[in-house]
Design a protein around this ligand. Structure first.
Ligand code: ARG
Length: 376
């Protein structure tokens, strides 16, 4: 199929679904479709109205099979940044996103949408996986910080950034305009909310010196609406406790704190069947939920999130939309069989609009990164 035929097909599908959901007349749908076809024939692409962009981004959330938090799809705040063309302006907008989304701890689900891909080219890309993320350093087989950031941290260093080598160094933002060298921006310290992890009963927890940032803002996925790709469209919701307590801090190849917790709790780590791992895991997850709540930062526990997902399934049924889902991702990594998700199948069909993985914007093999032209 020709590129323009494909685009028209996707656009027509999207307009009909979107407008019907919004209760817009068939007459207006037909008019909009004919305008879009003309625009595509004239220019090779088409522009979403802000209504289409807003509802499209919400639909993309609703269609994302991995997300357990989809009940709230219609509450997403959309920031239209399609007029932004320089890394400097983008940086300002991203700082704004962090501020707006953090909202003093009362987190607001937000997406900022930058210019779409045109003619196969991305006008701008952000290199970070999330706007807020801790650096990772590896030396002599030992890791400081977040192991998932090791490659990107090297890239930042090659661009002249220097971390403090702590376990929790916030990475800078790296933004690249088409055909230009990437630019690096430090995030103003004052705007980043972080939560120290303490435990409601176990005082010793604070000696672990653990913390995590408040807002997960995914920045490396592509938003696709009606055949149009938005390769730079960072979005956030808020954390489910297990993401931090059962993965980020707990995974053996991430912060790996369970053995330390077992030690301060005096658990018998010699025997697997003492279930010391499980005990430590539960206390860590209690600590994460308690600490966020105490700090006044939005967080959801996995039981509540599963109930909300059940409500989402009911709503979707009422609206005559089939619910798709990726069970492996929907299941919380803790106590999964206590949730209804464990006990039923989900169809992992991919429906658009949606958020997709895309090719990394940088070459993670830093040595061959000679095009950066920064002398390092
Ligand atoms: N799991 C990722 C992390 O721990 C964040 C993914 C998005 N999560 C969310 N609750 N919206 O950083």
């Amino acid at each position: 199929m020709k590129q323009s035929d494909y685009l028209i097909k996707e656009a027509v599908n999207f307009i009909h679904t979107c407008y019907t959901e919004l209760g817009i007349s068939e007459e207006e749908q037909i008019k909009r479709v004919s305008d879009i076809k003309a625009e595509i024939h004239r220019t090779g692409t088409y522009h979403h109205t802000s209504m289409e962009l807003t509802h499209g981004a919400k639909m993309a959330w609703r269609n994302n099979n991995r997300c357990i938090g989809r009940l709230l799809w219609d509450t997403l705040h959309i920031m239209d940044a399609r007029h932004i063309h320089t890394a400097e302006d983008a940086y300002e907008i991203l700082v704004n996103h962090i501020n707006f989304a953090t909202n003093g701890g009362n987190i607001q689900s937000t997406i900022t949408i930058f210019p779409p891909r045109f003619d196969g080219k991305d006008p701008m890309r952000i290199w970070n996986h999330q706007l807020l993320r801790y650096a990772g350093y590896e030396s002599n087989g030992k890791v400081i910080g977040d192991s998932t950031s090791i490659a990107f941290t090297k890239v930042c260093k090659s661009l002249g950034w220097q971390g403090k080598q702590t376990n929790f160094d916030l990475l800078p933002l790296v933004i690249q305009e088409l055909g230009q060298s990437p630019k690096l921006f430090e995030i103003p310290k004052g705007i980043v909310r972080e939560v120290e992890i303490t435990h409601p009963q176990l005082e010793v927890f604070k000696t672990l010196n653990l913390k995590w940032y408040a807002v997960p803002i995914i920045s490396d996925m592509r938003l696709e609406i009606g055949g149009i790709d938005y390769p730079m469209a960072p979005f956030n919701g808020w954390y489910m406790g297990t993401e931090i307590g059962a993965r980020n801090l707990a995974d053996e190849d991430r912060y790996n704190v369970l053995p330390k917790i077992a030690a301060i709790m005096g658990l018998n780590t010699k025997s697997d069947r003492s279930l010391w791992l499980d005990k430590a895991l539960v206390e860590l997850n209690i600590a994460v939920l308690y600490s966020f709540e105490k700090a006044g930062v939005t967080i959801v526990d996995h039981h509540t999130a599963a109930k909300q997902f059940k409500a989402f399934e009911r709503n979707e049924k009422k609206s005559n939309r089939p619910v798709t889902g990726n069970r492996a991702w929907l299941l919380p990594p803790l106590s999964s069989a206590t949730t209804h998700i464990y006990h039923k199948p989900y169809k992992n069909d991919i429906v658009t609009p949606n958020y997709f993985y895309q090719k990394k914007a940088y070459n993670s093999n830093v040595k061959s990164q000679t095009t950066l032209g920064n002398g390092s």
